[in-house]
Design a protein around this ligand. Structure first.
Ligand code: TXA
Ligand code: MG
Length: 348
């Protein structure tokens, strides 16, 4: 299969028409969202999920998020829209928030991985919204990476993973947020965050007055089984072995330098992820500026691209500083800790 790459130029009706046609015919189109690139297919076609997971190289037991462009569409997909969901939709849509609803029958079991609930999100990226509107299709889309690779934040990342596997890639440049949407479940007694993201627990609490965090992610305990089935996978792993080093900045830098020297002596290639403010503390090679904790979106936006770069240079061992666990930092650490397979060293 030849994969067509086209600029997601909103003025270019032809490009969107071609992409819309592919979706209507049951094909696959990767597209930009404000979080990461998605790999889209028709959410209401029973065989779409199978095609999507074939392209990703993973069995289709993982439920997909259905992307919509108008609030009204929720009522086509959800059997019940609780008051709390309405408040969240009002506050955060379009935007990086996915809400779990009880599903209607028209949503195929293949799309929801056999669950009786459906995940719905209205992205804010104009190209995503235009694609959904022009195609008239509710788009089921996981992140557009091959299974086991970090989520793609540029069209080039999608191309690396999906060339020859899907029909089309809409290139909308680098995404803004860089990590996947926050997922909230409102089907139970208490609203529950199943996956942290740009929309923080505090932001949700400000709207609903209450929210709990799925214990499986709250304490980041690898032995608890998360409620979002996809959260159990080591989604975000680079090929090299990633370790997070926590503690005061000088001690962390010292320990990372020591570990790097040790690995280098043994003939391994290393890479380091450091805060913008700390890059100067390192003298070893392949030190990536991972953005600034003071402006967390600078960290999230580049995180997956750096992990891919670590793969590109063939790093065997990767050491990362820790990024605070509040607000967005919490979501960033959730991804980093998973990518590290829970390997964290404390130096204080
Ligand atoms: O930002 C995003 O959400 C991106 C862009 C493309 O929209 N999409 C994304 O999809 O991250 P994916 O497939 O990589 O992650 C979907 C997550 C998985 O952890 C999955 O288990 C969970 O959503 N999920 C989907 N449907 C669910 C449901 N009915 N109940 C619980 N979790 C669900
Ligand atoms: Mg994913």
């Amino acid at each position: 299969m030849e994969t067509v790459v086209a600029k997601a130029d909103l003025e270019n009706g032809k490009v969107f028409q071609a992409a819309a046609e592919i979706l209507k015919q049951g094909g696959l189109v990767a597209f930009p969202t404000e979080t990461v690139y998605g790999l889209g297919g028709d959410a209401l076609k029973a065989d779409a999920a199978g095609k999507i997971y074939n392209a990703k190289g993973r069995p289709s037991d993982n439920p997909l998020i259905v992307h919509i462009a108008e609030t009204d569409s929720v009522y086509q997909l959800a059997a019940d829209v609780p008051e709390q969901a309405k408040k969240l939709m009002e506050a955060f849509w379009p935007g990086p928030l996915t809400i779990i609803f009880k599903k209607k029958k028209i949503v195929p079991d293949t799309t929801t991985g056999g669950l009786d609930t459906v995940a719905v999100r209205m992205p804010s990226h104009p190209a995503a919204l235009k694609l959904i509107k022009d195609s008239g299709v509710y788009i089921a889309a996981p992140s557009a990476n091959l299974s086991g690779r970090p989520s793609p934040t540029t069209a080039a990342h999608v191309m690396q993973d999906m060339q020859g596997r899907i029909d089309m890639i809409l290139d909308g440049g680098a995404v803004g947020i860089g990590i996947e949407s926050t997922i909230v479940d409102v089907t139970g007694d208490r609203p529950t965050i199943l996956r942290p993201g740009f929309i923080s627990a505090q932001m949700i609490k400000d709207i609903l007055g209450d929210v709990t965090i799925d214990p499986a992610i709250a304490c980041m305990d690898k032995n608890l089984r998360p409620k979002a089935p996809g959260m159990k996978y080591t989604h975000y792993a680079p090929k090299g072995q990633l370790t997070i080093v926590e503690g005061s900045r000088e001690k962390v830098a010292g320990e990372i330098e020591r570990l790097v020297a040790e690995k280098k002596k043994a003939g391994y290639k290393t890479a380091v992820l450091a805060d913008t403010d700390n890059v100067g503390l390192y003298s070893c090679e392949n030190v990536f500026d991972a953005g600034s904790k003071k402006n967390e979106i600078t960290v999230s936006a580049g995180l997956y691209a750096i992990l891919r770069s670590c793969d590109d240079i063939g790093a065997d061992y990767i050491y990362s500083e820790s990024f605070e666990e509040c607000d967005m930092g919490y979501a960033i650490m959730n991804r980093l800790i998973k990518a590290a397979g829970h390997r964290v060293i404390h130096v204080d």
